[in-house]
Write a protein that binds this ligand. Sequence first.
Ligand code: NAD
Length: 260
Amino acid sequence: MSDATLRGKRAIVTGSNSGIGLGVAEALAAVGAEVVINSFTDRDEDHALAKELADRHGVAARYIAADMSKPADCRALVEKAGGCDILVNNAGIQHVARIEEFPRDKWDAIIAINMNSAFHTTAAALPGMYAAGWGRVINIASAHGLTASPYKSAYVAAKHGVVGLTKVTALEAAGKGITANAICPGYVLTPLVEAQIPDQMKTHDMDRETVIREVMLQRQPSKQFATVEQIGGTAVFLCSEAAAQITGTTISVDGGWTAL
Ligand code: NAD
C-alpha cells in the first residue's frame, strides 16, 4: 500500500496512548491518515505522543482527552475531532474474578468502556460517514469476543457484545460505502501484558520463555504473541479498497486460538 493511501481521511482511535491503540494509530498515520488519539488522562506526555506521530509521519495528529466510561465524553470526542472517516473503538480494561465475587463496579466499568463506548462513538460518527459516502468502523474485540475463559465474565460479555454491535452497524450501513468489522486479537505483547510476565514467573516458578509458552500462550497454538504492528496492519487493510466488501465480520489475529 502506498504511503498516501489514507491521505485526506481522519481516524479516531479510542484508548490509544499505549498498546494496540497506539499501534493502530501509528499504522494509520504511516499511510497518511490524520489521527486523533485518546485516553481519559490529559497530560503533557499524551499531547507529546500526538506530536511525535505527526512529526514521524508528516500527518496532522491530535490528542483529545475523553473518558470512554462516560457516554457524553464518547460523543464529545467525535464532535471535538470534527467527525471522522475511520473510527477505531479500542479502549478497554480487564478484571479477573469468579462471577459470584466479581465486583459490581468492575462489571459496570468493563461493560461501559469495552462495549457501551463503541455504541456511543459509532452513533456520533455515522452521520458524518453517511454524508461523506465512505467510512470504516473497526472495533477491537478479542478472541474473547468469539470464545470464553473462566473468570472473565464482564470482558467476555462486553467483547461478544461488541461483535454483535459490529454486525448491526454493518447491516445498517450496508451499500453506503461504510463497512464495520471487528478485529479479534489473541494475546498481544503490549506494555500491559509485558508487565505481567515477572509476576507470572514468580507465581509459577518458571523462566520467562516457559511462562510465555506454557501460561500466557497456552491457548495460542502458534506459541507466539501477536504484535501491535500486525493489528495495525489489519486495520489498514480493512480501510483499503480490497476490503470494501468485507463487512459485518470478525478477523482473528490470534495465532490459531479460535481454530481449536
Ligand atoms: P492497554 O492497557 O495498553 O490499552 C488500553 C488503552 O485504553 C489505554 O490507552 C488506556 O489509557 C485506554 N483506556 C482505559 N480506560 C479508558 C477510559 N476510561 N477512557 C479512555 N481510554 C481508556 O491495553 P491493550 O492491550 O493495548 O488493549 C487495547 C484493546 O485491545 C482493548 O480493548 C483490549 O481488550 C483489546 N485486546 C488486547 C489484547 C492483548 O493481549 N493485549 C488481546 C485482545 C484484545
